[in-house]
Design a protein around this ligand. Sequence first.
Ligand SMILES: O=C(O)c1cccc(C(=O)CC[C@H]2O[C@@H](n3cnc4c(=O)[nH]cnc43)[C@H](O)[C@@H]2O)c1
Ligand SMILES: [Zn+2]
Length: 355
Amino acid sequence: MTDTSVPAAGTADRDLRAFIAGLPKAELHVHHVGSASPRIVSELAARHPDSKVPTDAEALVDYFTFTDFAHFIEVYLSVVDLIRTPEDVRLLTFEVARDLARQQVRYAELTITPFSSTRRGIEERAFMDAIEDARKAAEAEFGTVLRWCFDIPGEAGLEAAEETTRLATEDRIRPEGLVSFGLGGPEIGVPRPQFKPYFDRAIAAGLRSVPHAGETTGPETVWDALNELRAERIGHGTSSAQDPKLLAHLAEHRIPLEVCPTSNIATRAVRTLEEHPIREFARAGVVVTINSDDPPMFGTDLNNEYAVAARLLELDERGLAGLAKNAVEASFLDAAGKARIAQEIDAYTTTWLAR
Ligand SMILES: O=C(O)c1cccc(C(=O)CC[C@H]2O[C@@H](n3cnc4c(=O)[nH]cnc43)[C@H](O)[C@@H]2O)c1
Ligand SMILES: [Zn+2]
């Protein structure tokens, strides 16, 4: 695991971290299985002792140190292999909500890859019931609202695309909490345009388009996501910084980027945080949202990602509140839901600054 946590320097830094910890937030780019904390992994591994995933926290730190993006996916899939029953799915989902609630996340769009679970033998109806049951229980217990993004694992091919689209669009199976449709996994050798017919069907069924693009390939992948998959937000979009016309297009059309700084370092998509293009995005007027991607695997959480962003963008409390409001505005919540969290952010910030 790459340590990209921001060193706590002086009082000002500690103060900003305390502000972030209490700031109401929305998380738009976080993966279901990628959110399995050491606590959750241990519990799942105890249920399935034949797994090769280590159970103690220290060994997990080594296990979650990645040589490149392909290695990250290999490790990711070994954690997917730990989720074998509907009870595992429910436990994972509910515990992920608990971890989000602890960080004052009021609303999260969680990326789920149902194909990975159904192909491993979890019955589709039982899978949907498990995530929905956990969603409702989490909202009742923690007040955190969860919504789903179902993503195609692109490298698994068009069979995975067909299955994901079916699960996302068939009335008798699609879950109530589903709001969007994505595309994840490696980008190299997985051209985006081939997924156009599947995104067309998902969009026709009322889902919003949020593919990963430009994480490990160049800006042309982001253009494909916009032009072929009709993306409304871009997962990562890191390489957009290489194309000024693309930055201008994203800014003009207010297409937000789901920026996950620590993830990009951990998967070696970007060499160092100093070289992360988040400053270029902000300078170009692109709507930046801050997200955690696969937090325990990358040794981070959403609060730490806000601290990273504060350092890179030199933000104070008002700037951080602005970032949090970007995420609310870019979310697929309805207008009343957006207004409620935005007001909460403003009230919290005003109270904090008047201390
Ligand atoms: O489940 C399978 O059997 C399977 C077979 C072939 C390929 C795959 C995948 O490629 C799964 C990829 C998996 O990774 C998730 N993910 C998590 N974080 C990221 C990220 O930063 N960038 C891209 N993908 C990511 C994604 O949701 C897929 O589920 C699976
Ligand atoms: Zn992701």
